[in-house]
Design a binder for this molecule. Structure first.
Ligand code: SUG
Length: 442
């Protein structure tokens, strides 16, 4: 039976803005208070989806979450009508209003960890929404993520949905951003690589400056509930020094797909041993592409987001879907040209302009959740969440109708923005056939 990887991109939400919410994410901090353009942000995302889908890569999409999120503002003690709640939050605690209004669910690499049926003992596709407990603005995502995943992957003959891990820092889980799967074919047993920044429970080495968001305890819990086979899983610790240089997720320093693993020399704590673990556990023709520090510094990797590229398999070729920032960085551009000429395993590089998301630290790979499916599983998903030329046109018209082209954090208090967001999402749930997944629809 045929199998493929489907990339589910996050639709950028209408409150996309720059609020400097992510300590440890250099771009988010550097661009705090800049003027955002939500309409441009969603259109940039749609163009990437269209291009990938035209390349024959299967593409789906996940809806934005409801923001500003009134239930969370109520839980934080604000009361009254929705307009009063927004006004009071802005006056007394603008940071809380910013956090509960962020469009951060657009980075669906953090939505969940997904294991394909080829790897799970019960032969089902498993989903665990990420608890994202390290950041206030992201800690409210898992509930809505779980609802959308259940609405899209609703057939329990093929799909199993787990709850997010316990809400404690020992179980800090950031989803697929710290998870890569290598395989010969998508429907064959693969090797799942889980990468953590700290062990949890106060054990082991940790970064000194910035937080390590993902724990080993979380990785092990996900592997257990997904019924993975121990011999086909490896756990690697991220180099704490690179976290301190702004590598807040492992997908900022390595990316893999099928039999290709593209990684920076400094990515892992025990570099040589870690790569040896992958080599020993992987059965097949593995292509390891190690990027030397002498060619690309960690600073250039963080600035250009070279590793936050998507590695996709299209018509027999491995293609790197990179942000245009890589072309603009002289060292990275030179490295890419050399790497392509040496034919190490990546056949082509295509550049995409994603500046609106990039300014918040979200590159091409952050914007997508990968789900490897066979033909039967693919037919069982809600087809309205599958991207097509028709859905592109529909989503573009929808975005142009509802999205603003300028947004500052101070606009989040505007009750008309709340109404605009609700009308937009209400219409989107109909376009996507999701039912009532939002609080305001109850
Ligand atoms: O969690 N940025 C996101 C970016 C997520 C990138 N995801 C991956 N690497 N997979 C984050 O740090 C910034 C929001 C703000 O500052 O307004 C933010 O949440």
């Amino acid at each position: 039976m045929k199998s493929f990887e489907v990339n589910f991109d996050g639709i950028v939400g209408p409150t996309h803005n720059y609020a400097g919410l992510s300590y440890g994410n250099v771009a988010s901090l550097n661009n705090a208070s800049s003027v955002a353009n939500p309409r441009e942000a969603i259109l940039q995302g749609l163009e990437k989806m269209k291009a990938l889908s035209e390349m024959g890569v299967k593409q789906g999409f996940l809806p934005p979450h409801e923001r500003p999120y009134i239930p969370a503002l109520k839980a934080a003690g604000f009361s009254g009508t929705d307009s009063e709640i927004l006004a009071k939050a802005y006056e007394k605690a603008p940071g809380i209003l910013n956090a509960f209004s962020s469009a951060s669910p657009m980075w669906t690499a953090n939505a969940a960890t997904v294991s394909p049926s080829a790897d799970s003992k019960d032969k089902k596709v498993h989903f665990t929404p990420a608890n994202l407990i390290n950041k206030l603005h992201r800690s409210i995502e898992s509930d809505c993520t779980g609802k959308s995943l259940k609405a899209i992957f609703s057939n329990d003959q093929y799909f199993r949905h787990h709850s997010a891990l316990p809400y404690h820092e020992d179980f800090g889980d950031e989803g697929a951003a710290n998870h890569t799967r290598l395989c010969n074919e998508y429907n064959e047993q693969g090797l799942q690589i889980f990468v953590y920044g700290r062990q949890g429970a106060g054990r082991g080495i940790e970064p000194k400056k910035f937080p390590a968001r993902q724990t080993l305890m979380a990785c092990e819990a996900v592997a257990r509930s997904h019924e993975l086979r121990d011999e086909h899983v490896v756990y690697l610790q991220q180099n704490p020094n690179v976290i301190d240089e702004g590598v807040f997720h492992n997908d900022v320093i390595s990316v893999g797909n099928r039999n290709v693993f593209f990684y920076h020399e400094m990515a892992f704590l025990n570099s040589e041993d870690d790569i040896q673990k992958i080599k020993s556990a992987y059965h097949g023709d593995l292509k390891l592409i190690k990027v030397p520090l002498s060619d690309v510094s960690v600073e250039d990797a963080v600035k250009s987001y070279l590793f936050n590229s998507q590695l996709v398999w299209s018509e027999g070729k491995t293609i790197l879907i990179a942000p245009t920032d890589c072309e603009e960085n002289a060292n990275v551009k030179t490295y890419i040209e050399k790497m392509l000429s040496e034919k190490q395993g990546i056949d082509e590089v295509k550049f995409f302009k994603l500046k609106q998301s990039m300014q918040n630290g979200g590159g091409p790979a952050c914007l997508r959740l990968r789900v490897a499916l066979n033909e039967n599983e693919f037919s069982a998903i809600n087809q309205k969440a599958v991207f097509s030329a028709e859905s592109y046109e529909r989503l573009k018209t929808w975005a142009n109708k509802h999205y603003r082209d300028r947004l500052l954090a101070e606009d989040l208090k505007d009750p008309s923005l709340l109404n605009e967001c609700r009308s937009a999402l209400d219409e989107l749930t109909q376009i996507m056939g999701l039912g009532s997944i939002y609080y305001f629809q109850r």
